[in-house]
Ligand binder design. Structure first.
Ligand code: IPE
Ligand code: IPE
Ligand code: MG
Length: 251
């Protein structure tokens, strides 16, 4: 077994990894190519991330593929990203089936082009009984938009007397987020050296460990994911408690 894999403590692995796949444009530019070339070369990184997580029995991987703010990019790039989404989903469906991957999506999906919505719905439906790993694509996703959407839906239920205001709690909010069927994020990885959250999973990352790497997304490989998990395992997640308390419960 390879060295890094051997060092991973299978009892201390993250259950949900979220990734901000950043740096495609710079990767392409560095090769003297157009930004879209970087997006086209992102698939290997996506595959290796999902495959490696699956191999380690990490159940949830969530990938930030397109933000609500990304709609402000040049039309040419937005169009290219949307058609890449459609072609990639079509191409990968047989692989998702073979690898027992359940595909899920979060975000303001109604704002995606009609054909993208159609293909996405088809892939989600075809893979719904797969159970090895849940691979969630964040598409037209913004955490603030998600929270606004949740507040609207909860408010409607309050008005219809389906929810009592006094009963609103974290659990109810959780069930109205796009991530209602996902656990909290344990480890958030961002590539390309940027150290910010960019409106990703604000609520769900309240206690996530954050890991930043200089590697540009199209270069991200299995080894890089293993590095991130090894780093995560060296951290002490205290959730507000003291180090001594954590050691006691570990004993
Ligand atoms: C991430 O790469 C992909 C998307 C946001 C869709 P970028 O396109 O942001 O690449 P950089 O950050 O400009 O290098
Ligand atoms: C965040 O990357 C969104 C995705 C990776 C899809 P951006 O490259 O859009 O983020 P900012 O705007 O530089 O923070
Ligand atoms: Mg970027």
């Amino acid at each position: 077994m390879e060295e890094k894999l051997r060092r991973i403590n299978l009892h201390k692995k993250p259950n949900h990894i979220a990734v901000i796949m950043d740096g495609n444009g710079r990767w392409a530019k560095g090769k003297g190519m157009q930004r879209v070339f970087g997006h086209r070369n992102a698939l290997t990184a996506i595959r290796e991330t999902a495959d490696t997580a699956s191999e380690l029995d990490i159940e949830y991987v969530t990938l930030y593929a397109f933000s609500t703010e990304n709609w402000n990019r040049p039309k040419l790039e937005v169009d290219a990203l949307m058609s890449l989404l459609v072609s990639t989903l079509k191409k990968e469906l047989p692989e998702f089936m073979r690898k027992n991957v359940r595909v899920n999506a979060i975000g303001d999906l109604n704002s995606l082009p009609a054909n993208a919505q159609r293909v996405l719905a088809h892939v989600i439906d075809q893979t719904k009984d797969n159970s090895k790993i849940t691979l969630t694509f964040a598409l037209s996703y913004g955490a603030r938009e998600e929270i606004v959407n949740a507040i609207k839906n909860i408010s409607k239920k309050v008005v219809n007397n389906e929810i009592d205001i006094e009963k609103i709690n974290e659990k109810i909010i959780n069930t109205h987020l796009y991530t209602f069927n996902l656990p909290d994020v344990d480890l958030m990885i961002r590539t390309s050296g940027e150290q910010r959250i960019s409106n990703f999973l604000l609520w769900q990352m309240a206690y996530a460990e954050l890991y930043f790497t200089e590697v540009l997304w199209p270069d991200f490989r299995r080894e890089d994911l293993l590095d991130a998990i090894l780093d995560y395992q060296n951290r002490e997640r205290r959730f507000g408690k003291t180090s001594e308390q954590i050691e006691e419960t570990n004993e």
